[in-house]
Design a binder for this molecule. Structure first.
Ligand code: NAP
Length: 248
């Protein structure tokens, strides 16, 4: 028996990295899981992990920054599973460069996926969750949204925005028993960070008190906590998962 038996979860950006790990952990805890990514065929590996945990899975193709596509995913989840208990807004991108060189397109792309995508999915999921009088939304922010970073002003702004949306939605939805919290990961080993130059990785490692980079499962465990009953009296909170890199 899993701690979340019978629950239905939806994870965006679930094809790989942190999103894949979150989907697998939710399935292992007992959830049926709906997966969303830009291309449905990329979700095959994650879908296999959910099925291996003995849970139902359904894959949806959507760009999280497109309102009509987002609404179609949430409607599809309701049709397939009849309810939605957990939403994890994980899809995210970077387009790093110093501010003076950053194009308007690089700014818009990151804000559209990371911030607008979180708003659109939270809004779409809030309707069925408010009706049900229960739900948990977990947003994947970043420590960069708390401390800023040279070369990431678009990403930092998007993740600070995600934190602000988290707190505002938490206040709006609390009376309907819908909780909204965020995790703020530090440096986690995924394709997103594999792309960074060696000297940047070395500098990051020196700034981590625990002396190691995080793994996707380190983040997924905290998402699982915020999605489940163990955090039933928490809303509007931001939990950092960063080996002590940032202490609030
Ligand atoms: P990742 O390996 O690049 O995975 C992100 C997933 O989101 C990919 O499958 C990606 O698809 C998908 N995605 C991108 N744009 C999308 C869109 N418009 N609609 C739907 N899906 C989309 O990244 P990750 O490291 O696991 O990151 C997951 C989340 O954690 C992100 O929000 C990221 O900002 C956050 N985070 C990561 C770190 C870290 O150190 N890795 C630290 C702090 C926060 P594609 O294959 O097309 O890219």
């Amino acid at each position: 028996m899993g701690q979340m038996d019978g629950k239905v979860a939806l994870v965006t950006g679930a094809a790989r990295g942190i999103g894949q790990s979150i989907a697998r952990k939710l399935a292992e805890a007992g959830c049926d899981v709906a997966l969303c990514d830009l291309k449905a065929e990329w979700l095959a590996e994650t879908a296999g992990l959910v099925e291996a945990a003995g849970r139902k899975v359904k894959c949806f193709e959507a760009d999280v920054s497109q309102a009509a596509a987002v609404d179609a995913v949430v409607n599809g989840v309701m049709e397939a599973f009849g309810k939605l208990d957990v939403l994890v807004n994980n899809a995210g991108i970077t387009k790093d460069t110093l501010m003076i060189r950053m194009s308007e397109q690089d700014w818009d792309a990151v804000l559209d996926v990371n911030l607008k995508g979180t708003f659109l999915f939270t809004k779409a999921a809030a309707r069925p969750m408010m009706k049900q009088r229960s739900g948990a939304i977990v947003n994947v922010a970043s420590i960069i949204g708390l401390i800023g970073n040279a070369g990431q002003c678009n990403y930092a702004a998007s993740k600070a925005g995600v934190i602000a949306v988290t707190k505002s939605a938490a206040k709006e939805l609390a009376s309907r028993n819908v909780r909204v919290n965020a995790v703020a990961p530090g440096f986690i080993q995924t394709r997103m960070t594999d792309a960074l130059p060696e000297e940047v990785r070395k500098k990051m490692l020196d700034a981590i008190p625990m002396g190691r980079f995080g793994q996707p499962d380190d983040v997924a465990d905290v998402v699982l906590f915020l999605a489940g009953n163990a955090s039933s009296y928490m809303t509007g909170q931001v939990l950092t998962v960063c080996g002590g890199m940032v202490m609030q």
